[in-house]
Design a protein around this ligand. Structure first.
Ligand SMILES: Nc1ncnc2c1ncn2[C@@H]1O[C@H](COP(=O)(O)OP(=O)(O)OP(=O)(O)O)[C@@H](O)[C@H]1O
Ligand SMILES: [Mg+2]
Length: 267
């Protein structure tokens, strides 16, 4: 690297940071270099963490997590590993991730999945969380994983849309979260039922929330969901659905604030 380029390099360590890193045993603060993780490493982690007895293979690689088919004794399960390492998508943008951040995302997904499960939603049963790994029930059986909703032809789409909206209403009203990435990609279809998955980006709805951004996220989720149902000739007004959600839950102080000031946001 030329001296000029090196001078402009934002990652160029200062004399002080070189000294500090040496004191830390060259462990550079809160970030770690990204390396490809091997299946053997995942196997090793999952079995030593007690999350699985066997890890078969990688099923899927998303933006921040990889999904593995695993077994806990005789039961097929899913292991979702939030990565410290690169995917083809991540390679372009970032070279470093904070491991604490990935663990926090895994913890959030586990906690939220558990809350949704307890509230009565149709979601994969959460099983465990250690470090950056979350394990949950496999939707499907040991031979076949459930398809995403976008890849199936429904016989009774109207009823299924209502069921999904009912489930989402439980998440919004009782768990007080908006999903934030709901679509026919993040809903699985198995044994005549829809299963909502993939919730690490969800936003909490509480007294401190910015309700206009909550409403935007909610509306976007509903629009994305309705997009899939258009092919069955189902046309519903997303704003009417948002209104039903908001009539079921808006934090009290937000409602009072809205009534006295910005009229019309929740109407
Ligand atoms: N519990 C499960 N049972 C069966 N299949 C699953 C389960 N969880 C995830 N999958 C499969 O793995 C895919 C990716 O899972 P998920 O959406 O949770 O991960 P992600 O990394 O956030 O993905 P993306 O970034 O692509 O949205 C799902 O679309 C589904 O096909
Ligand atoms: Mg997903």
């Amino acid at each position: 690297m030329s001296p000029v380029v090196e001078k402009l390099n934002p990652r160029k360590p200062s004399a002080l940071s070189i000294k500090r890193d040496a004191q830390r045993g060259n462990n550079r603060g809160w970030t770690v270099a990204i390396n490809e993780i091997t299946l053997d490493e995942v196997r090793n982690d999952a079995t030593s963490f007690g999350l699985a007895t066997k890890v078969l293979y990688q099923m899927n690689a998303g933006k921040e997590a990889s999904i593995y088919l695993a077994y806990w004794r005789d039961f097929p399960i899913i292991l979702k590993a939030y990565r410290f390492w690169q995917s083809a998508q991540a390679r372009k943008s970032k070279g470093f991730f904070a491991p604490g951040r990935m663990q926090a995302i895994a913890a959030k997904e586990y906690d939220l999945l558990l809350a949704c499960f307890k509230a009565g939603m149709n979601v994969p049963t959460p099983i465990g969380r250690v470090g950056n790994y979350v394990s949950m029930r496999l939707i499907g059986d040991g031979i076949e994983a459930a398809p995403q909703l976008r890849n199936v032809e429904l016989e009774e789409p109207d009823i299924i849309l209502d069921e999904i909206l009912d489930d989402y209403l439980i998440m919004y009203r009782d768990v007080n979260y908006v999903h934030g990435d709901l679509s026919a990609y993040n809903i699985l279809w198995w044994e005549g039922r829809a299963w909502i998955i993939d919730m690490p980006q969800a936003s909490q709805v509480g007294p401190w929330s910015d309700m206009s951004s909550v409403v935007n996220l909610l509306r976007r989720d509903i629009v994305n969901l309705l997009l899939y149902f258009k092919k069955y000739g189902i046309q519903r007004d997303p704003d009417e659905i948002v209104k039903v959600f908001l009539s079921e839950y808006v934090p009290n102080n937000q409602r009072n604030f809205d009534e006295s000031t910005i009229l019309g946001v929740y109407e």
